[in-house]
Design a protein around this ligand. Sequence first.
Ligand SMILES: NC(=O)C1=CN([C@@H]2O[C@H](COP(=O)(O)OP(=O)(O)OC[C@H]3O[C@@H](n4cnc5c(N)ncnc54)[C@H](OP(=O)(O)O)[C@@H]3O)[C@@H](O)[C@H]2O)C=CC1
Ligand SMILES: CC(=O)N[C@@H](CCC(=O)OP(=O)(O)O)C(=O)O
Length: 346
Amino acid sequence: MVRVGIVGATGYGGAELIRLLAGHPQVEIANVYSSSADGEGLEKTFPHVSGLGLPKLLPIDADSMSKANDLIFLATPAGVSAGLSPQLVESGVKVIDLSGDFRLEKGDVYKAWYKKEPAPASFVEQAAYGLTEWNQEQVAGASLIANPGCYPTAALLALIPLMKSGWVKPNSWIVDAKSGVSGAGRGVSLGVHYSEINESIHAYKVGSHQHTPEIEQELHKQSGVETIVQFTPHLVPMTRGILVTAYGQLSQEVSQAQIQELYEATYADKPFVRVRPAGSYPHTKEVYGSNYCDIAIHVDQRTGRVVLLSVIDNMMKGAAGQAVQNMNVMFGMPEKTGLPLVPVFP
Ligand SMILES: NC(=O)C1=CN([C@@H]2O[C@H](COP(=O)(O)OP(=O)(O)OC[C@H]3O[C@@H](n4cnc5c(N)ncnc54)[C@H](OP(=O)(O)O)[C@@H]3O)[C@@H](O)[C@H]2O)C=CC1
Ligand SMILES: CC(=O)N[C@@H](CCC(=O)OP(=O)(O)O)C(=O)O
């Protein structure tokens, strides 16, 4: 059994990790940690986990954490992992970080987009970017995983095959994304107040969202081609789910069938990416509560553009689900272990 510890267990990412790990056949939830609720039972925060026999919340202390766990998940705000993970990794415990602290390779880029001090460069260098489908080998050998952001997961799984093909003009990509409100975490603020967001939709952080350099960095790494992406996120009044609609200008005559074939071949052996039949319209509800990313391809011959539609559950493939998928790969377990396959529907 792998002994896991969860930091940030009182947040949304932490709660989703508990849901998955409590049902994982090869994991023991050994410890849960909190920066604010020492000694309390997690059911005080989350009545829905009552009766699972979970340990009480402990204070965060790197020394004792590294002795009591084989793996620590950090589901904490940006900046926390940058300080904590180096100590944990040095003492021999593996770390999967759900925040953005180890995703960006260049410290100055992190500082510019997150407005925080970057993690030590030597640890950023050894972190594997945990987009499992594309980095399985690096994930398997890593001690520190930078779990991808929710929007980058949906965008990258859709864009990478076409970026690698050379069939789309690199700087033409426009990534329009819509997210449910759980993507903003459990903290209360005016921006997620029910009466402010219900029956409304709005864009935010146009040209300045911190996931923009992450998408660009990984497209470059996977395709070898530098790319600038126009990324616009929107907040929609639903709890979970992300829909990415991405537009790229084709660089040559390519048919819908050719692109469809490319995607089907690329993801044929990837259990969590489902390429939908040509011309379909995936709904976020069709992946709700699951670790799937569903992708559909539309070629518009009139405009010469390809339109990619990609849906995920932000809490699952966009956060905790992908983190568990990475844990499975790190510990040599089958990739799908403990990840319930069928989405909750309706
Ligand atoms: N929600 C989502 O869809 C996604 C989230 N992420 C990332 O995952 C991380 C967690 O997100 P999410 O669960 O939504 O956020 P939440 O705000 O719901 O939870 C974060 C938790 O972190 C803990 N925390 C707060 N401050 C500190 C601190 N200084 N030191 C240690 N722990 C602290 C809090 O628990 P306590 O007070 O008990 O310590 C809190 O419950 C974030 O970095 C987020 O960006 C990534 C992808 C998707
Ligand atoms: C809807 C919503 O607010 N989503 C969050 C998701 C970002 C996130 O989780 O940030 P890191 O993964 O980079 O830490 C946002 O746009 O900031």
